[in-house]
Design a protein around this ligand. Structure first.
Ligand SMILES: Cc1cc2nc3c(=O)[nH]c(=O)nc-3n(C[C@H](O)[C@H](O)[C@H](O)COP(=O)(O)OP(=O)(O)OC[C@H]3O[C@@H](n4cnc5c(N)ncnc54)[C@H](O)[C@@H]3O)c2cc1C
Length: 530
């Protein structure tokens, strides 16, 4: 059996290795147009920031072996042909026309795997200081320009790659302007969660321009980024997304889906039963919305590689779809999401509800405890649709629990009863995931009546000291411990919004005052969301 794989990235090499593990006799050839294969793109921000010293570190195994052609030959007995571009697929003859340097050749296959990945969207060019941030060459160019005196960078695009890059550039001491066409950073999050990220970026010296569409970049001694305003920079990096690399597939009559990426069935097979495709060049079914989406992520690419290899070597393996889980670090914050946001729930016609809350990541008395902000999206029947978390610590663990819950189709009651690990250095006795489910259930049952506006009389129920230190504008302060005695000070017929630092005391205040007949709502999630 001859297996030919186009693309020696995450999908292609994972697939090749697994085909070999399952079949010692297959002839496996992987081709890639690049010279250096198997570079973990996800590590590029950390190379720019100086945390990773050598690019080759991103190509090594856990035990330090460089994953080059030699490595793959020795360990897996497979041929990796570098600097070899696939030009055309002849499906009738089952051959791929390739070119290495100027020389053209043909390679046969019994099974072909298209793992051509994605390519960066490039809006502007024409000057070596106007870059994208996609591969090793881009990272090296950025560092070269910096070593040669570039001090100011403009990053276009506030998605996760743009934000990771902002941090990397600040870490090497550059001034950074971030330009985003949407009215928020991290457009995949709901606005109030993105606001938390935005504040943190500002605290770390990023100059942010939202709702700013770049029209032109004028290259003189300095670069002038022309939008509604002009932003001067020494380098401009475009991080405005990627698109699937599908030309070769399209030319061969391989069907594309509605997203423009290759359409595959659940076995990751294209409309040609001899041709499989996976990774960033294919579309995936979103298991929450049921729609096809383009989800270019490294973990998915690896999973695709394994499943394709299984199918080629005789084990029927299915890839059901994705739920859009991601995580990234920006300065001291970790930002993560799984499932869908409230905005996406609305756009997809769900009758969704949501809660947002602030909870400690570990027991509050344990050193370095910090508060994470969670937004949970769910249906009236309790089905969990999505979660977003922004925090300093413990975000990774919680987002994965939410992801598992969503994948398994769990409801809020299931989530509330999960047996999660607890000890003070790791979690409060009630884990943030469980507290989120409790709060959501309380909201659905009408016990927790909330608002996201400061309407009517704003009642700050924090201690006097907290209120003085960080006042809520136009509020009155009655500490929660005094509320039962002092409630009479509040006008009986007024609308009241109770607020506190995390949301818990506001909830308690709401229950106390409600039992006394007041019209009161609790401000959801505490003052971090103001
Ligand atoms: C800066 C950055 C940071 C990222 N961070 C994360 C992260 O933290 N988490 C995450 O999940 N994902 C992350 N990603 C995304 C992740 O890197 C991709 O999803 C993953 O690499 C996709 O794997 P792939 O095999 O589909 O494509 P790739 O790994 O891109 O491999 C495709 C290969 O195909 C080759 N090729 C294409 N066309 C041809 C042709 N005609 N002939 C020969 N060879 C060809 C290319 O040269 C390339 O080597 C990041 C991406 C970038 C750019």
């Amino acid at each position: 059996m001859e297996v030919l794989i186009i693309g020696a990235g995450a999908t292609g090499l994972k697939c090749a290795a697994r085909v070999r593990r399952r079949n010692e006799d297959a002839k496996i050839t992987v081709i890639d147009k690049e010279k250096k294969i198997s570079l973990g793109r996800c590590g590029l921000p950390y190379f720019v920031s100086g945390l990773v010293h050598e690019l080759d570190e991103l190509r090594k195994t856990t035990y330090g072996a460089l994953r080059d052609e030699n490595y793959f030959k020795k360990i897996f007995n497979l041929d990796v042909l570098t600097e070899t571009e696939a030009l055309e697929i002849d499906r009738k003859r089952r051959v791929v026309k390739v070119r290495k340097r100027e020389k053209e050749d043909e390679l046969n296959y019994d099974y072909l795997v298209i793992a051509t990945g994605a390519k960066p969207v490039r809006l502007f060019g024409g000057d070596e200081r106007i870059l994208t941030f996609f591969d090793a060459e881009d990272a090296e160019k950025i560092l070269n320009l910096w070593e040669n005196g570039a001090e100011k960078a403009a990053v276009i695009g506030a998605g996760f790659i743009g934000l990771e890059l902002c941090e990397a550039l600040r870490n090497i001491g550059m001034e950074v302007s971030l330009i985003e066409a949407m009215d928020q950073v991290a457009p995949m999050l709901d606005a109030e969660m993105a606001k938390l990220v935005e504040s943190h970026l500002k605290e770390n010296g990023i100059d942010i321009h939202l709702s700013t569409r770049v029209r032109e970049i004028v290259a003189k001694e300095k670069l002038k980024v022309i939008a509604d305003e002009e932003i001067e920079a020494d380098i401009v990096v475009q991080a405005v997304g990627v698109k699937p690399n599908v030309e070769i597939a399209k030319k061969a009559g391989i069907e594309l889906g509605e997203t423009g990426a290759i359409r595959v069935n659940e076995f990751l097979q294209t409309n040609d039963e001899r041709i499989y495709a996976g990774g960033d060049c294919v579309e995936n079914r979103h298991l929450v919305t049921g729609k096809m989406v383009f989800a270019p992520f490294g973990d998915i690419a690896n999973k695709h590689g394994r499943i394709i290899a299984d199918n080629i070597t005789g084990k029927k393996s299915k890839f059901p779809g994705i739920i859009g889980t991601f995580i990234f670090k920006v300065f001291d914050l970790t930002v993560a999401k799984t499932g869908i946001s409230e905005k996406e729930a609305f756009l997809n016609g769900f009758k969704a509800k949501s809660v947002r809350l602030s909870v400690p990541d570990k027991s509050h008395y344990y050193p370095k405890s910090s508060n994470m902000r969670i937004k949970l999206v769910f249906e009236e029947n309790g089905r969990v649709l999505g979660a977003q978390i922004v925090g300093i610590a413990g975000v990774d663990r919680r987002i994965d629990v939410f992801a598992t819950a969503i994948y398994a189709g769990m409801k809020l009651d299931d989530l509330a009863n999960l047996d999660l690990a607890y000890a003070p250095p790791y979690a409060p006795a009630l884990d943030p995931v469980i507290v989120s489910a409790y709060v959501a259930i309380n909201k659905l049952e009408g016990l927790f009546e909330t608002t996201r506006d400061l309407a009517g009389i704003v009642l700050d129920v924090r201690s006097e000291e907290e209120a003085k230190k960080n006042p809520v504008p136009n509020s009155i302060n009655i500490p929660i411990l005094e509320l039962r005695e002092r409630a009479k000070e509040l006008p009986e017929d007024a609308e009241i919004t109770a607020i506190c630092s995390l949301g818990l005391r506001a909830y308690i205040a709401q229950r106390i005052l409600r039992s006394m007949g007041y019209r009161v709502k609790a401000y959801e999630g505490g003052i971090a969301f103001l």
